[in-house]
Design a protein around this ligand. Structure first.
Ligand SMILES: [Ca+2]
Length: 133
């Protein structure tokens, strides 16, 4: 697993991190450990990526042009390809532009693009991850 660049930033009432997620890599460890009782908030800050050279760049919501659901061997099957998805242990979930999710299982947050062919991907996006109790 790749370890991505994570920067801790100051926020009121919790701790927060800005995480760069690359399009040309599979699961990327954020180094952010979450525990039951906490709430995970993820929101889009900046950047664009693409899952195939020549297609229009887009954000973590996935393409709005020529979009298809991910196949059964994708990180999150049945959900639009090239969107941002997350994983804690074996539990995979859609992130997109924004997520608010209570934590039920302790683990490290990982992020990736919902794709299996990373060789033709370009760009990266930056997400803000806030963990509150
Ligand atoms: Ca691709």
């Amino acid at each position: 697993m790749t370890q991505v660049h994570t920067r801790q930033v100051e926020v009121v009432g919790g701790y927060a991190f800005d995480v760069d997620v690359r399009a040309d890599s599979g699961w990327q460890g954020t180094g952010i450990f979450v525990s039951p009782g906490e709430v995970l908030h993820i929101s889009y800050l900046s950047g664009l990526w693409v899952g195939r050279i020549g297609d229009p760049f887009h954000g973590p919501e996935g393409p709005t042009y020529d979009a298809y659901p991910g196949g059964k061997n994708y990180p999150l099957p049945g959900v639009v390809e090239d969107c941002l998805v997350g994983r804690i242990n074996q539990s995979v979930f859609y992130v997109g532009r924004q997520l608010r999710m209570p934590i039920r299982e302790a683990g490290v947050l990982e992020l990736t693009i919902n794709d299996i062919g990373h060789y033709d991907n370009r760009g990266q996006i930056t997400m803000r991850v806030v963990v509150t109790r």
